[in-house]
Design a protein around this ligand. Sequence first.
Ligand SMILES: Cc1ncc(COP(=O)(O)O)c(C=O)c1O
Length: 366
Amino acid sequence: MEYETPLFFHVMEYASRADRDVVDMVSGNPDWEPPAALRDGLREYADLEPDRFQYPPSQGLVELREEIAARRGVDAEQIVITNGAGEANYLAMARALERGRGEEILLTDPVYPYYPGKTTMLGGTPAYVEAAADGQLDPAAVREAASDETAAIVVNSPNNPTGAVYPEETVRELVAIAEACDAILVSDEVYDHYDLSGTFSSALAVESAHRIVTNAFSKSMAITGFRVGYAIFPPELVDDAKSRHMLVNVAGNRPGQYAVLQALRETGPGYYERNRDLLRERVTTFTDALDAAGAAYTRPDGSFYVMARFEGYPGTLENVERLIDEAGVAGMPGEAFGDSRSEWLRFALVTPRLEEAAERLAAYFA
Ligand SMILES: Cc1ncc(COP(=O)(O)O)c(C=O)c1O
């Protein structure tokens, strides 16, 4: 397999080498505080006996799986604690391809770039259904694209990069399409705590042997470095996924799982609400500046990205580098997310210097 460095590494490196000050709006690393209980859990962990520093159960700490199971209304046996949503998606896509029903993985355009990468790595073939201008997915288009060859339909809501949140009806129909062509719907819900619209609907709400839900605490607890996520499988699909997880990883990160468990138990809804409020403010600040710059943009209903299109300034890597050098703002080229957004740039609203970045963009493009 030919390894390609993810484009965002390249952009972040380019920005760090720039000989001017640059506001980094490239990747999805939250800049806000994790829950206080998470820091307490980590401190507590440091003083535990050495036996607690050894391998945890491969599929994850029992108490953490039970806590998630109780919250998500599933059996703990259906859950594998993973190395972030990244591994959860990998396990889910591998499990779908392993069923031998077809080699095609149906993705959306625009797409979170790791999905096509994983598809190819796993020997599958990516195919795309174009999302609407506002990022919504038309189930009729998915139905038309799906066939006997489809092993999985991989979707993400709230969406990176569009900010779209799929309504319940879309999610329900996507599960029905997966059932009709004997495929698996993989629903990546890693931004579920950043639903700014109140319309998010988890695929877990639709009972089916044909859907796998993936998630992580990376974004919801602002801990992308901890690498704690999970996948929820239908009972008939979970055993092989556990084996794959074990053979690849042996087990997951025990201190991280311990601290996440403490945080889950002790963090009330206020923590998540405050983060959403912060994001809502940032969306307004940033889109006001885009208005001043005369840009077109998508106002996110969820996740924490804004896509913007500046007249005569397509979303190429070259233009992203120019923006770093000439405006001091680093975003992501839209072309990294597929053909449909090649005219666009993506900005992650995860910097305390957002207002400054917005002013720089408004001044540069005005
Ligand atoms: C849609 C989507 N899925 C998965 C991930 C990876 O999540 P994790 O850091 O938990 O592996 C990201 C990270 O940006 C993402 O945007």
